[in-house]
Design a protein around this ligand. Structure first.
Ligand code: ADP
Length: 229
């Protein structure tokens, strides 16, 4: 039986990057609710039309819709193991998840808000294939932590390395929407974190202050320590 993980953290911390890398490395399924919803909007499905406004404005899609989507994906993953990215986002979602499956560990990523905003404003994505790039070059100390992020550029400027399509800013990476997403995250993440801590679910807390390969090594080390992989 493979490992069942949740990746938690504020918008912009790199949940998408880490869940993608870990799913490949560990051979488990990545279940990203943001990606699932964006794909539905792109296809123009009934669900897509229902959630479009929430995505654009950075507000949350109702819990019952999200729980149904995730439950289906977890069933589909079967015994393969999975990493949940973007879910649970509310205490209600965490409680509903408990009834579906037992989680082995939470990977909790943190980053100073000043760095988060800087990175979100300069993130560029390829809508169709989901690739993410970033033009920020960060080297600074914030609240005693040294952050070093060289830019993650595509080889040909503003064109995706994977599919050759144009790179754009994600619709919800606008300053006002970023602030709203961070505010929602701050309010809702605390009860979720407390919920898992009181239930004794192993917590892997990692400060994301370096590039992905270094952070992935830190996560893998902690998963091994816990005998989960
Ligand atoms: P980020 O973490 O960068 O804000 P995501 O890609 O995880 O972005 O999610 C994008 C949007 O999709 C959210 O702002 C919200 O509208 C919707 N969404 C994703 N996951 C959930 C969820 N578990 N519950 C409610 N809404 C969600």
């Amino acid at each position: 039986m493979f490992v069942k993980l949740i990746i938690l953290g504020p918008p912009g911390v790199g949940k998408g990057t880490y869940s993608t890398r870990l799913s490949k490395l560990l051979g488990i399924v990545k279940i990203s609710t943001g990606d699932i919803l964006r794909e539905e909007v792109r296809k123009g499905s009934k669900l897509g039309r229902l959630v479009e406004k929430h995505l654009k404005e950075g507000t949350l899609v109702p819990d019952d819709i999200m729980v149904r989507i995730v439950e289906k994906r977890i069933r589909k993953a079967g015994s393969k193991g999975f990493i949940l990215d973007g879910f649970p986002r509310t205490l209600e979602q965490a409680q509903a998840l408990d009834k579906i499956v037992k989680i082995d560990a939470i990977i909790y990523l943190s980053m100073d808000e000043e760095i988060l905003i800087e990175r979100l404003l300069r993130r560029r994505v390829r809508k169709r294939c989901g690739a993410v790039y970033n033009v920020t070059d960060i080297r600074k100390v914030v609240n005693g932590v040294e952050y070093i992020f060289p830019p993650l550029l595509s080889q040909r400027r503003r064109i995706c390395d994977l599919c050759g399509g144009p790179l754009v800013r994600r619709e919800d990476d606008e300053p006002e929407v970023i602030r709203r997403r961070l505010k929602i995250y701050k309010r809702l993440s605390k009860p979720i974190i407390n919920y898992y801590k009181t239930r004794g679910v192993p917590f892997i807390e990692i400060c994301v202050n370096r590039e992905p390969s270094i952070i992935v090594d830190r996560i893998v080390y902690r998963l091994k320590e816990l005998n989960l992989i």
